[in-house]
Design a protein. Structure first.
Length: 363
């Protein structure tokens, strides 16, 4: 389809090198997974907050206003003030110029898929002059069934269905699809085929909701939903995405299935932690020791507190641990698309996770 539209294609060497490669070929459009946007955002925040003198103070002031802007946008409210206008002109215009150069000077449109993109990330890149279009599809649906369009882009959703695609939400929240792009079945696997169809509807395995205008929002994988011992359902990806807006955080694993409360494991972004330590004058004999520094831990606790302030009690993170190493494909915790392997992490860190629930009480 891309070649048929007359586009030239370039393939990244790896996910880690994707941004560098986009700059090298001066790409105009780039498909990416949410982790790419998270890393770019965290790099901007880390560099800006550690800038010396007035520049650093201006950046911190502007990002405080951005938090208010993102919160207002998320609930459909307008946000405007003289301060916000100044922040856009003095700070975000500069960020746009730096990001533009970082991506090669021609890239203004992204296509995001593979996992939900947090609203804050969408608003941030939109504010910096980039169009991020989320889409949705599976191998079984002949790739995309939904996509945002350039002139009909709703941040936080995967867009409207393609012509002919029908969608409905099952009683348990699962997204069901029907239409020409949906497969007829798995080759010579009748039992597997029967398991994913119900009355002609394909069961995607994803949890979502459709807004009054027909835009689909994906919240999590059905198999990843957490059901607490109190019977409450929690979508862990929503909590994880919110927590990863803290630049010191690299990966998050939210846990709590059949438990009395929610807990979390954190890994840290080594570059950002070291930059933070330099800015604050923190000293440590090793990186592992630095991850345990009280000021680093305070930043993580602040991120947890901010999340808990807007969550119902049953979905708030009551206990957490910060690891002294990041996760990677080589060590097995991360997929090729930079998503956490939940089962693997649950088993590898079982002793830490079980330790959160000794006595199954929280005080």
């Amino acid at each position: 389809a891309w070649l048929g539209a007359g586009l030239q294609l370039a393939f990244a060497e790896s996910v880690e090198r994707a941004v560098d490669n986009a700059a090298e070929v001066k790409a105009t459009c780039m498909p990416a997974v949410p982790r790419v946007f998270e890393k770019a955002y965290n790099k901007v925040v880390s560099d800006g907050s550690s800038a010396p003198g007035l520049r650093g103070r201006l950046f911190t002031w502007a990002m405080g206003l951005f938090e208010e802007y993102a919160s207002a946008r998320a609930v459909g409210r307008d946000y405007d003030s003289l301060q916000w206008a100044l922040a856009k002109r003095l700070v975000f215009k500069k960020i746009e110029e730096k990001l533009d150069a970082r991506f090669g000077g021609r890239l203004k449109k992204f296509i995001s898929g593979g996992a939900p993109l947090g609203k804050k990330l969408g608003y941030f890149f939109e504010l910096c002059g980039f169009l991020v279009l989320e889409g949705y599809g599976l191998t079984e649906t002949s790739a995309p069934t939904h996509a945002n369009r350039p002139k009909r882009n709703r941040v936080g959703t995967v867009g409207e269905p393609f012509p002919g695609v029908q969608v409905k939400i099952a009683d348990d929240g699962e997204v069901l699809l029907k239409g020409p792009p949906i497969m007829k079945g798995y080759w010579q696997r009748p039992e597997d085929t029967a398991a994913v169809f119900e009355d002609g509807w394909f069961k995607t395995g994803d949890i979502g909701e459709v807004d009054p205008d027909g835009y689909l929002r994906i919240t999590d994988r059905k198999k990843d939903l957490i059901k607490t011992s109190g019977g409450k359902y929690i979508a862990p990806q929503e909590l994880e995405n919110a927590l990863k807006s803290e630049p010191l955080i690299s990966q998050v694993f939210v846990h709590g299935d059949r438990r009395k409360f929610v807990s979390a494991l954190f890994t840290l972004n080594e570059d950002n932690v070291k930059a933070f330590a330099k800015e604050k004058g923190l000293t440590a004999s090793s990186y592992a020791e630095l991850t345990r520094h009280p000021e680093v831990r305070a930043r993580i606790q602040a991120a947890v507190d901010a999340l808990n302030a807007v969550q119902p009690a049953y979905a708030s993170v009551k206990r957490h641990a910060v690891l002294d190493h990041d996760w990677s494909q080589d060590t097995g915790e991360i997929t090729a698309s930079l998503k956490v392997k939940r089962k693997f992490v649950s088993e590898k860190y079982k002793s830490i996770l079980d330790g959160f629930y000794e006595g199954e009480r929280y005080d």
